[in-house]
Design a protein. Sequence first.
Length: 132
Amino acid sequence: MTPTEESLRILKVKTTVHHSLGPDYFANVYIPDQYRVLNETPYAGAEALPGYQAFKMNMKRKYRDVLGEKNFIIAPQKLEEDIPEKPINVHFENLKQRLHSDETYLISTTKNKTRLEGPEMAEATYPQKLGM
């Protein structure tokens, strides 16, 4: 997360599916309702999670990998209120099933300072199966 002036923050989400066998992969990022995303509109085609807004990642194939990267400009809905820690959810799917759900990163706001907690990179490894 990149700090900016006032209460705005830039949340950079980068996704990679390595060595993919299938043609179509999708990733949806779920940001808590207590935050406004100023540069994107919520994606209505994703599964609805109570208390979250869904945003679609633009996934592009590069060789055998599928990559996506997006910057979200976020701000708290109410500036005077603290927001407790809540996970940012990321769902990876293909046309047949959900492949992975991630809740590694926690976002919170205290005294107008928004923080993201979690490792520099989250990773999951699955055995490859034809037809996944």
